[in-house]
Design a binder for this molecule. Structure first.
Ligand SMILES: *Cc1c(COP(=O)(O)O)cnc(C)c1O
Length: 399
């Protein structure tokens, strides 16, 4: 059955938490304090499958279980295959280690000059500012360190990392991530942004955060003022399924955009969740309506206990093919595989080029029609209708 939705409707409401005053519901600290963190708490509101019960029992050894009431409310509790449910409720697959999987599949630790900083690309760094998130994605790339369930003892050293960035003028781009940077207090975040802004060679600052999705209440006017003050600050949010695009997320994106924060989205291709062209098309259309530009679509990283999320690369390619040309170009993300071991993100693209010779390139369009574009030039006539010049015209371009 193809995925369909009512495009005029934005889901909203407190659902199970009708009895809670709206002021509490809108308070991000209330949402954090009232997170669901145990199987028992979940089972007060829903029936867990045997698969999920086993996953929950194991979670404390791998990656903590935590779901904000806001996000839990978006789950279809009667559907064991709900795409939001599968992202945040552990399943037994997390206990299985498959061939090729590693705790640190991207080799981040080997590229870390100081704790919490990953310097893999020449001109930019990944700055892991915390190991905590508002809720935990079961397929998390940094399951090894996030939530500290594995005794990894991650202690981000902000001062050390800032000094490293100061000492390396080749770093022009700093990406704050974690964990979720927006879990830091306004004061800490402002301090970090102020310190980074004071570094002359840091031109580009961006934040990777799923807080707008899990905890849109955190996007307060005060936080937006900080982004205005230290902007431009770009942000990549993380939405995987159109059902996550609730009115609260839409409004949080609007507050961010009005504060001058350009928004992108990173999705992870997840088996049985969004590895489907209709789902992804609905998602990217919702994103554009929220002022969010789809940025990357990631092939699942080979982290331990992640195989049950792994989708077929051919499905990822089919999704890109179903988007390119068929819908708004802004809506098409770049599909990438983050190369195992630390090779960085590599674009994976459908093949539109059939053949290139010295004479021409043969390619097809989104409808499968073939075209030729000549590479050699054969002068036939001049624009004025006069004789062709004997020798090629020398062109001098003055800039
Ligand atoms: C993803 C990533 C970046 C940013 O990559 P862009 O392609 O510039 O978005 C930087 N450093 C590390 C280690 C990364 O994994």
């Amino acid at each position: 059955m193809p995925y369909t939705e009512d495009r005029t409707v934005w889901f909203e409401g407190q659902g199970l938490w009708q009895h809670v005053p709206e002021s509490d519901w809108q308070d991000w600290t209330w949402q954090l304090k009232n997170r669901l963190t145990t199987a028992e708490q979940l089972e007060r509101h829903m029936t867990l499958t045997a698969d999920e019960k086993a996953g929950c029992a194991f979670a404390s050894k791998r990656l903590a279980l935590a779901i904000t009431p806001y996000f839990f409310n978006l789950i279809d509790r009667n559907d064991p295959n709900c795409p939001l449910r599968k992202q945040v409720i552990p399943r037994a697959g997390e206990m299985v280690i498959s061939e090729g999987e590693q705790l640190d599949s991207l080799g981040e630790d080997a590229h870390s000059p100081v704790p919490g900083l990953v310097h893999r690309y020449p001109d930019r760094v990944l700055f892991l500012v915390t190991d905590r998130c508002a809720a935990y994605c079961r397929y998390c790339t940094r399951s090894r360190l996030v939530s500290n369930a594995q005794d990894y003892n991650f202690h981000p050293e902000h001062e050390q990392a800032l000094r490293y960035i100061e000492a390396h003028p080749e770093i022009r781009d700093v990406l704050l991530s974690g964990g979720d940077p927006l879990l830091l207090s306004d004061k800490k975040l402002e301090h970090l942004l102020a310190r980074l802004r004071a570094i002359k060679h840091v031109e580009f600052i961006r934040i990777g955060s799923r807080i707008p999705v899990f905890l849109p209440q955190r996007i307060t006017p005060a936080l937006c003022e900080i982004f205005k003050k230290y902007g431009p600050v770009w942000m990549s949010i993380h939405v995987n399924h159109p059902r996550e695009c609730a009115a609260e997320l839409r409004d949080a994106c609007e507050r961010l955009a009005f504060a001058g924060v350009p928004l992108g989205n990173q999705s992870v291709l997840l088996a049985g969740i969004n590895d489907d062209a209709d789902v992804m098309k609905a998602l990217v259309h919702r994103l554009l309506r929220m002022r969010v530009r789809p940025y990357y679509l990631y092939q699942m990283d080979l982290i331990t206990g992640g195989a049950h999320f792994k989708a077929d690369v051919r499905k990822g390619l089919a999704i890109i093919e179903a988007l390119r040309g068929h819908t708004t170009g802004y809506a098409v993300p770049q599909y990438v595989i983050d190369a195992p071991g630390g090779g960085g993100k590599v674009p994976i693209n459908p093949d539109y080029v059939e053949r290139i010779t010295d004479d021409e390139i043969i390619f097809r369009n989104y409808e499968g029609h073939r075209f030729a574009y000549p590479l050699k030039t054969h002068p036939l006539a001049t624009a004025e209708g006069g004789p062709l010049p004997a020798a090629p015209v020398e062109r001098v371009t003055v800039f």
